[in-house]
Design a protein around this ligand. Structure first.
Ligand code: ADP
Length: 261
């Protein structure tokens, strides 16, 4: 697992670089496309250079579509970070999933009301849970149970997976458990690598868990995976718990620091 996390971190860095380049490229392409389109509107329908300008605009549009895809993967879009109760979001996501995943998969939630708040992008957290749930469904071709769980956890240094930036402290655990095929070691070894998939072409992109990894890391959290062949898999996302600001004391003012020495 250590190796695969390091590998994912490297790819994360490459992704960030690609995202930065894509962003600048997008700005350049806006100029190319804008000027090309202006030229076309000013040009007679039978003007000789018209097909050439049309080619420029078409290529520019293809380039813009490509950079958009790259940006989405490296998640350089605007983040909308807010403090929220993940239970409220997961309640809704579970309803959506129950409809999305088909009749053979039962979706159950076990949401601890004391789980606590997190500070993250709601859309990204939904995305994480949906990616994990879809993987769970795919691992249960003959149906099964999917459980979405939250809980507050105190994480000690020894509980942290190796090579994570996350620190010991209080976390909110969001777990997705399935009763599917589980994963043999050779699959576990590549789990978070972009484009690693065991699914047939057209079914899997291999970007699901790489995206989950990136989002969780960006939110200051970490992931744990427990899996057993023939029994199922639990992927747990840990997000730092957002502690409310201590309330200002009302009656008794804080004692003034006394000068010493
Ligand atoms: P994709 O789902 O497109 O294949 P992912 O990155 O989400 O890409 O997953 C990579 C691979 O990890 C899957 O192809 C599958 O082999 C394995 N996998 C992920 N989640 C599970 C799970 N819950 N149970 C069994 N295998 C899983």
């Amino acid at each position: 697992l250590e190796d695969q996390v390091r590998q994912a971190q490297k790819l994360e860095a490459v992704g960030q670089l690609a995202g930065g380049v894509a962003h600048d490229f997008n700005n350049l392409l806006t100029v190319v496309n804008g000027c090309g389109e202006l030229l076309l509107t000013d040009m007679a329908a039978d003007a000789a250079p018209r097909p050439l300008v049309e080619d420029i605009v078409r290529a520019g549009q293809r380039g813009a579509a490509l950079t958009r895809q790259l940006l989405a993967f490296s998640r350089q879009q605007m983040l909308r970070v807010e403090v929220f109760d993940p239970n409220r979001v997961l309640e809704e996501t579970a309803k959506l999933l129950a409809r999305l995943l088909g009749e053979d998969v039962t979706v159950r939630t076990v949401l601890d009301p004391a789980a606590g708040f997190v500070r993250a992008d709601v859309g990204q957290v939904e995305q994480v849970v949906i990616n994990l749930a879809v993987n769970g469904r795919d691992a249960m071709p003959r149906g099964g149970a999917l459980v979405i769980e939250t809980a507050p956890v105190d994480v000690a240094a020894a509980d942290l997976p190796a090579s994570t930036d996350a620190r010991p402290g209080r976390y909110v655990r969001l777990a997705v458990a399935d009763t599917g095929t589980g994963m043999p070691p050779e699959v576990q070894a590549h789990l978070f690598e972009p484009f690693f998939t065991t699914k047939p072409p057209g079914k899997g992109t291999g970007l699901g868990l790489a995206t989950v990894y990136g989002i969780v890391r960006q939110s200051g959290g970490f992931l744990t995976v427990r899996t057993e062949v023939g029994r199922g898999t639990t992927v747990a996302v840990h997000l730092p718990r957002h502690e409310p600001e201590p309330a200002a004391p009302k009656s008794a003012p804080r004692p003034k620091p006394r000068a010493t020495g």
